[in-house]
Design a protein around this ligand. Sequence first.
Ligand code: NAP
Ligand code: ZN
Length: 353
Amino acid sequence: MTIKVLGYGATQVKANLAPLHFERREVRADDVEIEILYCGVCHSDLHQVENDWGMSHYPLVPGHEIVGKVVKVGDKVTKFKVGDIAGVGCIVDSCRHCSPCEHGLEQYCEAGFIETYNGIDPHDNMPTYGGYSERIIVSERFALKIPKGIPLEAAAPLLCAGITTWSPLKHWQVGKNTRVAVVGLGGLGHMAIKLAKGLGAEVTLFTRSKNKSSDAIRLGADHIVLSTDEAQMQAVKGKFDVIIDTVPNVHDINPYLATLSLNGTIVLVGYLGPLEPFVHSFDLISGRKTVAGSMIGGIPETQEMLDFCAEHGISSDVEVINIQYINQAFARMKKSDVKYRFVIDMQSLKQDK
Ligand code: NAP
Ligand code: ZN
């Protein structure tokens, strides 16, 4: 049995997003049905619509920063009741049994995790569709509790931008006495600054955008480095223990490697593709440095991050939009013109009913 749902999607590569009807499964015993209130707009949504990673299937309904109200629960659901506020991030299922899944690292599931959109649910072979839509149905195991105190629209981006930066910050043990740098001030970058600061680190932002300096300071950065200014880059040589690189396009990471300290690590979370030009191994070898990557985060650590944010008064800086503005929002995101996350007010979808 299926239900009909209205969303916004792309019917072919690079198509403008437009209203689209599609089907979702009915609630299973361990499922919750969530009426979506807000959905963040991640740069990955744009990559997927444009098939930048060569694995998009159409029609494609993006959105993996979902916050909404539980409207129905299956018979075996224990974590949620009707009326609760719940979140869904990038993962809606996984094998649940392999070693990464058992360790709460579902994003590294050996069978591959099921993406919130552009995936196939192995239980019924139905395609998954994301949060630019009225409602979503998900196993309670993959739904998050949104703690009280975080405005719901500002909580939505935590489900991807928040966890994608939290997970490497925790894995590389960022805390007091850690010098962290963040490359790029967009959705992920602004959360990386807030979370690293919340963990007690000294935080530097690398940006190409001069006009973002005052915002960066307000968001919690201690220092700003204009990455296009050679003298400023020289001045921070050897300075950082951990760099979180959120740049969504091909770019040269060698200038950032030079700013790592002995044993420092640069964690790539933004660009998914071949590194160009080559990485200078001399720089790695002479400073015992690491180039690493990190993929979103698991369900337990996402809950940990949400609770940390509630405790520390951290949330996303958002520009709330109507769904009808989504194509302009994508165009602005391409120009790095977003402060610092677009979030769709899903009530606006009613205009297309
Ligand atoms: P965003 O909001 O567009 O921010 C990206 C920022 O990077 C821009 O604001 C800009 O900051 C900087 N930038 C853009 N183009 C650049 C270039 N050519 N060279 C140098 N800097 C550039 O994007 P986002 O939503 O934060 O996502 C960033 C990337 O992370 C995307 O590729 C997304 O797909 C990926 N992502 C990965 C994961 C994961 O699991 N690893 C999860 C979510 C997203 P300045 O103006 O400050 O320079
Ligand atoms: Zn995302």
